[in-house]
Design a protein around this ligand. Structure first.
Ligand SMILES: Nc1ncnc2c1ncn2[C@@H]1O[C@H](COP(=O)(O)OP(=O)(O)OP(=O)(O)O)[C@@H](O)[C@H]1O
Ligand SMILES: [Mg+2]
Length: 261
C-alpha cells in the first residue's frame, strides 16, 4: 500500500463460475498519473475496472480510493467522491444535444457538502445558469463549440468519447477510468482525445487509469504501464521497458508485427 496511490487494489480476486477472471491482483494508480492497463483478451482488465468502479463486488480483496477502503461502495457513492468510469452515451440521452448532455450530469460530490446543505438549504444545488456556464466552459476546454447543439446520437465515435470526458469534467472527477479509449475513434479525433486527456491530467490534476489495446497510444499517454495476464500482474513499468521485455512479448503479445515499436 502506498500513500502516493490515488487508486489501489489489494489482492483482489473475482471468479465467474469456473473462471477466475481476476486473481489476487494488486495494482496502484499514482496520484496525478496516467496509468496504463494492458494485457491479452480475457486477462481480466475490464473485470478489474468494474470492481474498482463499484459495479461488481470482488470475492476477496479490497479497493482503496484516496486512502480509504471503498470496496463496498456502489458507483454513485464513488461518483460523489470523484472516481468515475466513462460510459457510452446512454440511449435516452442520444436525443439531447451535446450541451444538454453535459448539463444533465448531477452536481459533483454532494457528500462533501452535506454540512452546507444542512446549514444552508439549497446551497448545493447549482442554478441552471451556473450549470450552463460550467457546461459551456467544458465545451470550450474540449474544443467542442462547433458541435454543442448537435444531438449526441448524431456525433461520431470520437466526438462521443470527448463528450464522455466532458461529463467527467462536469462531475469534477479526480480519477477517471477509461476502457478501450481508442475503439471506434478516427485518427484526427484520436489526437484531440489524447491531447485532452493530457490537458485534463496536467491542468486539472485528473488521475487516469486507461485500458487500451493500441500499444502506440499506451506508449504516448501512459507511465507507468501495468501488464495483466490471467487475472494477475506480470509486469509494471515504463512502456519502453515493457516493450523490450522479451519474455512478456513472447508470452503475451503474440506476433512480432504487433510489437514492432
Ligand atoms: N459477467 C461475466 N460472466 C462470466 N464470465 C465473465 C464475465 N465477465 C468476464 N468474464 C470472463 O472473465 C475473464 C476476464 O474477462 P475481462 O472482460 O475482464 O477481460 P479483458 O482483459 O477486459 O479482455 P478484453 O481485452 O477482451 O476486453 C474472461 O474469461 C471472460 O470471459
Ligand atoms: Mg475488456
Amino acid at each position: 500500500m502506498s500513500a502516493d496511490h490515488l487508486i489501489e487494489t489489494h489482492l483482489v480476486t473475482k471468479g465467474f463460475g469456473g473462471i477466475t477472471a481476476v486473481s489476487e491482483c494488486s495494482i496502484g494508480a499514482g496520484r496525478g498519473s496516467i496509468t496504463g492497463l494492458i494485457g491479452p483478451n480475457g486477462a481480466g482488465k475490464s473485470t478489474l475496472f468494474n470492481i474498482i468502479a463499484g459495479e461488481i463486488s470482488p470475492d476477496h480483496g479490497t479497493v482503496r480510493f484516496d486512502g480509504q477502503d471503498v470496496t463496498p461502495l456502489r458507483p454513485h457513492d464513488l461518483f460523489s467522491r470523484g472516481l468515475l468510469r466513462t460510459f457510452q452515451i446512454a440511449h435516452e440521452f442520444s436525443n439531447m444535444t451535446a450541451l444538454e448532455n453535459l448539463m444533465m450530469v448531477p452536481s459533483p460530490q454532494p457528500g462533501e457538502r452535506l454540512f452546507d446543505t444542512w446549514l444552508r438549504p439549497g446551497y448545493v444545488r447549482r442554478t441552471e445558469a451556473e450549470v450552463r456556464t460550467k457546461a459551456l466552459e467544458v465545451i470550450d476546454f474540449l474544443g467542442l463549440r462547433a458541435i454543442r447543439n448537435e444531438l449526441a446520437g448524431n456525433l461520431s465515435g470520437g466526438q462521443k468519447k470527448l463528450l464522455e470526458l466532458g461529463r467527467t469534467m462536469m462531475a469534477d472527477a479526480r480519477a477517471v477510468l477509461l476502457d478501450e479509449v481508442a475503439a471506434g475513434v478516427n485518427r484526427t479525433l484520436l489526437k484531440e482525445l489524447t491531447d485532452n486527456i493530457q490537458r485534463m491530467n496536467r491542468e486539472l490534476g485528473v488521475t487516469f487509469l486507461i485500458i487500451e489495446h493500441d500499444m502506440d497510444l499506451i506508449a504516448l499517454l501512459c507511465d507507468p504501464v501495468i501488464v495483466l495476464a490471467e487475472g494477475a500482474v506480470i509486469a509494471e513499468g515504463p512502456m519502453d521497458d515493457i516493450r523490450s521485455n522479451q519474455a512478456i512479448i513472447d508470452a503475451y503479445f503474440g506476433s512480432p508485427v504487433e510489437t514492432a515499436a
